[in-house]
Ligand binder design. Sequence first.
Ligand SMILES: [Zn+2]
Ligand SMILES: [Zn+2]
Length: 399
Amino acid sequence: MQQKDIDAAAASLREELITFRPTLNRYPEIGLHEIETTQRIKEKLLAHGIEPDYIIKDEKIGLTFSIEGELPGNRIALRADIDALPVSEQTDEPFRSERDGLMHACGHDLNTAIVLGAAIVLNRLRDRLCGSVKFIFQSGEETLVGAKRAIEAGLMDGETDMKYMFAFHVKTDVPLGKIGAKCGNALAASDTLRIRVIGKGGHAAHPYKTVDPIIASAAVVGALQDMVAREHHPADPLVLSICTIHGGTVFNVTPSEVTMTGTVRSFNPELRDRLPGMIERVVRHTAMAHNADAEVIYEKGVPALVVPRAMFEDARKAISDRLGADRFFEYETPSLGSEDFAWFSQFAPVMQVSVGSRSERPETALPLHNERVIFNEDCILTGMRAACAIAAETTLRPA
Ligand SMILES: [Zn+2]
Ligand SMILES: [Zn+2]
């Protein structure tokens, strides 16, 4: 499949997709509840002769379908996430969210437009497509359980021959026109921590008659950071953040307990297995030093997203050969952010492809999830061309 044919088809869809995306942006839906969004994508696909299936069938959420090439080759997957965030949009875009407290602040409306465009292009060119491409419009990425739910609903049943799976995501820290990815450790595993520090409540004027869980909790927060800094190799990424802490009701009563929650991000599976024990030891003994008791619940979440070298090089070559040598860049450092696309790594090598959308307007450089972030929509065309280039190259099976 020649890139000039892809580019011609992609260019002919540019306006249509730039017009389509605002309808998603205007009516954002929170993760695991994207019923209207799913319907809008479905109608667009049907208008282009593609019949998708619902991923969560009884709720009509998320879509999937395959485009079968007419030539033999590999099977790959391209994925977009479709959910919005509980953020109140503060941009002055003419198509800003009409739903209070909901916004496409992570740009999933653009991810959707990119992968939708790629599906329409590859469907038009399927007489020249090798192998087949599975498309996934996935619900609930921001909840970090959407991919898992889709898999449990049977999305990957019978997929025994998947070569690669790619997720596309717009990025405001990447200039418009650039495509990037990280080889190896790309995005971290994300686990949740719940801690309860139990003391004995009483009158705040007589602390010697109480066991103060507030003092003990303050020590626990510090001791956990000491554990990360002193017990762990600094070159092996690990982040532990306590993000909520609740205790007490009034200024003169020492409460009986304090609860905390936090997140733990890591890459090393051996470390990840040891972390619950390490954290439990530090929390319990620190509490004990204050005469308090403690409980720790450690819940494993999304696995790390680790990109194999061969997959990374295949994608880099596809972009460089077809879109130009200066298009592709490699991230130097891993991100301790997480992406629920990593759940798919049990079926095939996975990779997140970043599509740059930062341009002259300062708001295009704001971080994702910011209430004022905007996106340069020309990223849709670049993303579509990149997705098709990667599909064209990685479905090719060497003779
Ligand atoms: Zn996000
Ligand atoms: Zn996102």
